[in-house]
Design a protein. Sequence first.
Length: 136
Amino acid sequence: MQAQPASPEELLAALQETAQDLLFPSESDHPLRPTRWDADASSPAALLAAEGLAADTAVEVTTVGDLFAPVLDPPAEAGEAAQAEAARYSRLVDLLERHLTDLRVYRVGRVDIDVHVVGRHPSGAWLGLKTKVVET
């Protein structure tokens, strides 16, 4: 039997604990920060408005699976530390998938990209994670 969804605050705390000291890899690694959007984040336009960004800002929409795929399955030769980190990322994805619906990822900008993992909590709140990736 699946546990009842945590409150938004409990879920944010669980995300914080699970993401502690994890750096999302790119050309410049950045932490994953649990986030609550106080406005609608159901579309690229809504997210841009919630973040106070211009409506013509570049946004790519992708999936949680696509975003986290590279960190969930490290090569066997990567060693125990990489395997342990992959297990932590797996727990993070599991928390998101178990407690949020309408999950999506918005990649905002080009080169220096703000990444927003967004989902709707049963309470109606938009919760998730923020990080940054650098792609030149």
